[in-house]
Design a protein around this ligand. Sequence first.
Ligand code: ACO
Length: 402
Amino acid sequence: VLDIRKLYGQADVFTYDPGFTSTASCESTITYIDGDKGELLYRGYPIEQLADQSHFLEVCYLLLYGELPDAKQMVDFETRVTRHTMVHEQMHNFFRGFRRDAHPMATMVGVVGAMSAFYHDSTDIGDAWQREVASIRLIAKLPTIAAMAFKYSVGQPFVYPKNSLSYAGNFLNMCFSVPAEEYVVNPVLEKAMDRIMMLHADHEQNASTSTVRLAGSSGANPFACIAAGIACLWGPAHGGANQACLEMLKEIGTVDRIPEYVAKAKDKNSGFRLMGFGHRVYKNFDPRAKVMKESADEVLELLGVHDNPLLQVAKELERIALEDEYFISKKLYPNVDFYSGIILEAMGFPTSMFTPIFALSRTVGWIAQWKEMISDPQMKIGRPRQLYIGAPRRDYPELGTR
Ligand code: ACO
């Protein structure tokens, strides 16, 4: 705690905590993390149990409403979500305004932000019905938007949602089916995708969630807030790590080059980090990574791609880093993005789609956090202070005297 009155004569006392490593910005009942134990709970339920026994839409219900649904509540919720999976036809034209080579995250930031224009009948945050409709619209349409961003980038026609499929199955179908031939969703890949979605659904006050809360604290509408969250997620230190990780594996290329990269990561002056390793909160194994590793093994087994050089590099890098004193002493374990990247690569997604998939999965967490914030009677606009270290007051000099 700094008494800056002594420093700068301002009447304020506050904490200076770069990176918010020890500052809570809110109270929350949604997600609990114990970084030392490697524990993650959604509304009290361990992530491992949910990943094994639940499914993504049930987890959405849990995060949004606080309890697991009964059978009728589940059916009602699924019906509400599937009714909203299509996007406004005019959005197709909006997509066509982007360059084909645009990054799908750039397209998504724009399209999701534009939802406030396409769905302005659900932007009044003071109206409970509009808040609910906006939430359902976001959860239902994000996979459609992410799949459209993908199809647009590869020059294929958009695929409309198929509501007879599961949430994850529908997403895979919208990404991989083409008019010329029938695409049947493989149940192992569907389950793996559903797990990726569940494991990424929420993670308390990470950078993108804090961004959504901060944007929402001004009263901005939920579409604008989620677009802000997507923009924040894009960074390589956050959701962009899954793409950065796969690109790093490609750059390493062959198993014999791993030691060179490990040495570079240990050299502080290199500015290089092993992407997909380390976490701000988990100083033990990331519990999501454990579950994701199982899924990665299942998917690789199914697809028979063990001899893929990229995946061989990933496995060997994991083995070497887990035995290396530098990584052990700094508690740097593979995080969820390390394994999700491997699965998505094996499924056939280009690396540019990894972060959009994270974004569509995290949307429910962002919405749950946004709803919790705006219904909090203590809610105030988020307005951090700063520690000013610039020039003291001085007089403006005439141009000729500078
Ligand atoms: N490779 C090599 N060294 C690392 C790595 C890494 N991936 N991550 C941290 N370190 C080192 C740092 O150099 C630092 O060393 P020092 O103590 O000698 O100064 C120490 O470990 C602590 O690192 P910090 O940056 O202080 O840890 P912080 O908690 O701020 O960072 C972060 C966490 C951003 C995730 C970091 O580990 C990182 O950059 N990892 C790579 C990117 C990544 O995978 N991000 C995904 C996060 S998970 C998610 O968003 C879902």
